[in-house]
Design a binder for this molecule. Structure first.
Ligand SMILES: NC(=O)c1ccc[n+]([C@@H]2O[C@H](COP(=O)([O-])OP(=O)(O)OC[C@H]3O[C@@H](n4cnc5c(N)ncnc54)[C@H](OP(=O)(O)O)[C@@H]3O)[C@@H](O)[C@H]2O)c1
Length: 388
């Protein structure tokens, strides 16, 4: 494992995240997960990420893992979500949420404290005041942003002293390459990549017929649907082929590709199996030759062209046809449209977020009436009309 230098910190290039504890990737056995976290430490991982939103015990579990060598570990956690889907970044909430995270993690300081989601009802200045007060008090070392639109992120860059950006980045999720990453490079901000295995798709162990447990988020994840899944599977085939030359698996090539992007300090993965973790750690400690990086870039450029052509077409088709009667399929289609539209800046975050929250509430309630989903589709049509 190699380490990246960032402001006197030597951070393991592969870091470990605890999102799986939320059940996002199906049921996770807590004691097994603790063992994987310990295994990560044993294999040189010194950067661990968690969040209150990852479940009631997520921070406490990580706190116990890092406690024995706290000073040699780097930990990040986040703020911004109440009751699972309610965004909140008021001054009081940021302060009290941080105090709570410190207690749960059983530590005096947090190395990286991230704004997890946007709260369109709180001025950014108010959130920044709280983050700066926490920093002055030594409770957080750096603060950063994560999961925000380009528009919202730009305001944070302008008004705050951002120390890190947590962004989705992998060969199957590339939008940060032209948006957040250049800013990190220019401003000397740490880029922390997440979902670097493409939530497993880059391992080559999933195909069109793979199925997941009911609670698994990948049932509605656009990466596992329609155009994106088609494109991802083609990319995996290319990485597999290239892997033969280096004696590496496709996911190791994918992680090495992420780490080769200037500005990236750490690639976060979140496996629940030791062998998967070891495989992913093998994404660091070696190099991809220039000519092979160029080849990957050509492949990805072709896939960008494919998605640029096909995604607006698919969105238009979904929005102009009746939704499927099956509610999970209807939700999948609507999530796909909202996420792709957000990523392609087809509407403002302030327009997309409330619709997304409404859809999420319907999903949680187990709604299965077509009218509710058709009404969501109508709202999306209203905000995207001009672009189609
Ligand atoms: N800031 C944010 O908004 C945000 C969003 C997402 C994630 N994150 C952070 O980033 C961390 C990493 O993201 P992630 O959890 O999505 O990472 P990930 O490693 O891309 O995805 C984890 C999933 O991929 C599977 N997987 C990983 N490596 C594998 C391998 N070698 N072989 C087979 N399957 C493999 C895991 O399966 P198994 O469980 O079977 O091993 C698990 O289902 C998170 O845990 C979280 O801390 C942050």
């Amino acid at each position: 494992m190699d380490y990246s230098r960032y402001k006197k910190m030597d951070i393991s290039q592969v870091g470990m995240g605890c999102y799986a504890l939320s059940g996002a990737y199906g049921g996770t056995d807590i004691s097994t997960y603790k063992k994987v976290l310990l295994h990560a430490r044993k294999h040189g991982v010194n950067y661990f990420d968690t969040a209150p939103a990852y479940g009631p015990k997520a921070e406490r579990i990580l706190g116990k893992i890092i406690k024995p060598d706290r000073e040699e570990m780097y930990v990040s956690t986040k703020v911004g979500m109440k009751n699972e889907i309610e965004p909140i970044l008021s001054y009081e909430h940021v302060i009290s949420s941080c105090e709570n995270s410190l207690r749960e993690l059983d530590t005096d300081y947090i190395d990286f404290y991230f704004v997890h989601y946007a709260d369109i009802n709180t001025p950014i200045e108010e959130t920044l005041n709280a983050l700066q007060d926490l920093q002055s008090d030594g409770k957080i070392v750096h603060y950063g942003i994560s999961h925000l639109s380009q528009e919202n992120a730009s305001s944070y860059f302008k008004k705050g002293n951002i120390g890190a950006v947590m962004m989705e980045l992998s060969p199957v999720a590339r939008s940060a390459l032209d948006t957040l990453l250049p800013i990190c490079r220019d401003e000397g901000i740490a880029g922390i990549a997440f979902s670097v295995t493409g939530r497993g798709v880059l391992t080559g162990r999933y195909n069109r017929n793979s199925s997941f447990q009911d609670i698994d988020i990948r049932n509605i994840d656009p990466l596992f649907k329609y155009t994106r899944s088609e494109s991802a599977l083609r990319i995996v085939d290319e990485l597999k082929e290239l892997g033969k030359k280096y004696d590496k698996t496709p996911v190791q090539i994918a992680i090495r590709w992420v780490l080769s992007q200037p500005g990236i300090v750490c690639a976060l993965t979140g496996p629940s199996k030791k062998e998967h973790l070891e495989e992913n750690i093998g994404g660091s400690g070696w190099e991809i030759y220039h000519e092979d990086m160029d080849h990957i870039d050509d492949v990805l450029k072709r896939e960008d062209d494919f998605l640029d052509r096909e995604e607006p077409r698919l969105i238009k088709s979904i929005l102009s046809n009746p939704l499927p009667n099956d509610s999970s399929e209807a939700i999948s289609q609507l999530v796909y449209v909202l996420e792709v539209a957000a990523q392609r800046n087809m509407a403002k975050e302030s327009q997309i977020l409330p619709i997304f929250q409404k859809l999420w509430s319907l999903k949680k309630e187990g709604a299965d009436d077509t009218e509710s989903f058709e009404s969501i589709k109508g709202s999306i049509n209203n905000i995207l009309n001009l672009h189609l």
